[in-house]
Design a protein around this ligand. Structure first.
Ligand code: SAM
Ligand code: SF4
Ligand code: SF4
Length: 350
């Protein structure tokens, strides 16, 4: 049985810095079919127990309680969200929540060609595909799978379906793929997708992270300016993680400078793991167990109030705190990640 949508009261819960709770990223699975060097570079991983993974009804029940607290943007992520069986059914359930005015998916694209039509029909409006290289052998080195063809087919399928917005996320790593900035923009132009360059972040899972590998925002802009000419900033970020820029020809792209110029002061996002733990910050060490409450039969009101209480005490500004660290290295070593897999980016969702 799928939980029907109910109109929520108009309410926006704010944290200790006055930041509203408006955006929820839901990780629907911790498994992934790629092993990106910046996210899953290890040989073995500890996985969440299958019985702990939230059902779609449990996800919808929690989402409703988040909506009561002001959430209006929902992004499905993972692991690789398209490995979760029947994802379009969850999308259809979320699409009935009229308070959600932005329903999006972040995917590595390997399975997207098969699912694009069903997802669009179910009500998904925006898709972001992660793609870090257009060179087949480099893609394979970076992800440990020869799947570039599948990802490109996924992007083409998504473009053909006509989502309202199609984006490409590219994590830029020095001496890995930083020579492909222009190629990525040209590719984005060809397929009608806006490219967003992401600074390599020292999040959980990025055990190979070091400062030298980060290509900072200003360098990304300077390099593109050398090729294209004057680049102008477009509008304000308005709580979105990406700053947007325009090339002289009018094409737009984004830069997400979480590592060198974080935007915690405007952060209205939090994350739900596939097993129902709620994280108030990408860098937070611990989360709040919402699965237990749902499985104990908490009502929508009880869940909403619990969420409001926790968010009201939120003081997280993880990325800003990292900027001040002199000897900055990987956030965790693999042993600490194995102790609690929810510290992993692929479990917490990007
Ligand atoms: N598997 C899906 C994908 O790759 O799109 C969704 C989950 S993935 C964790 C979400 C996003 O996090 C991706 O765009 C990925 O590039 C980004 N990401 C993961 N590790 C990162 C890191 N160390 N620095 C910056 N971005 C990272
Ligand atoms: Fe790569 Fe996404 Fe999988 Fe991480 S979760 S390894 S970013 S595809
Ligand atoms: Fe938000 Fe934490 Fe990221 Fe800062 S580091 S933008 S507070 S999730």
């Amino acid at each position: 049985m799928t939980i029907p949508a109910v109109t929520p009261p108009a309410l926006s819960t704010t944290d200790t810095f006055g930041r509203p709770l408006q955006s929820l990223r839901i990780s629907v699975i911790d498994r992934c079919d790629l092993r990106c060097a910046y996210c899953m570079p290890e040989e073995d991983y500890a996985w969440l127990p299958k019985n702990d993974i939230l059902t779609f009804d449990e996800i919808l029940a929690l989402t409703d309680a988040f909506i009561d607290n002001g959430v209006r943007r929902v992004r499905l992520t993972g692991g690789e969200p398209l490995l979760r069986a029947g994802l379009a059914d969850l999308v259809a359930g979320l699409a009935t929540r009229t308070s959600i005015d932005d329903l999006a998916l972040t995917t590595n694209g390997t399975q997207l060609a098969r699912h694009a039509v069903a997802l669009h029909t179910a009500g998904l409006r925006r898709v972001t595909v992660s793609l870090d290289s257009l060179k087949p052998s480099r893609f394979e080195t970076l992800t440990r799978r020869a799947a570039l063809k599948d990802v490109l087919a996924g992007i083409e399928a998504a473009a053909a379906v006509g989502f309202e917005a199609l984006k490409i996320n590219t994590v830029v790593m020095r001496d890995f793929n930083d020579d492909e900035l222009v190629d990525m923009l040209e590719f984005g132009r060809r397929v009608g997708a806006e490219v967003r360059f992401i600074e390599y972040m020292d999040v959980g899972g990025a055990t190979l992270w070091n400062r030298e590998r980060v290509v900072p925002r200003h360098e990304i802009i300077e390099r593109l300016a050398t090729r294209y000419g004057t680049i102008t900033e477009v509008g304000s970020r308005n709580r979105a993680p990406a700053e947007r820029f325009q090339l002289p020809g009018g094409e737009r792209f984004g830069v997400i400078s979480s590592t060198t110029q974080p935007f915690c002061s405007e952060c209205d996002r939090s994350r739900l793991t596939a097993d129902g733990f709620w994280y108030l910050c990408l860098y937070a060490r611990d989360g709040i167990d919402l699965r237990a409450r749902v499985r104990q039969g908490a009502t929508r009101d009880e869940l909403s109030q619990a969420i409001a209480r926790v968010w009201g005490r939120r003081a997280d500004r993880g990325a800003e705190e990292r900027v001040g660290i002199v000897e900055r290295g990987a956030l965790y070593q693999i042993e600490e990640l194995r102790q609690d897999p929810r510290r992993e980016m692929h479990t917490r969702g990007g």
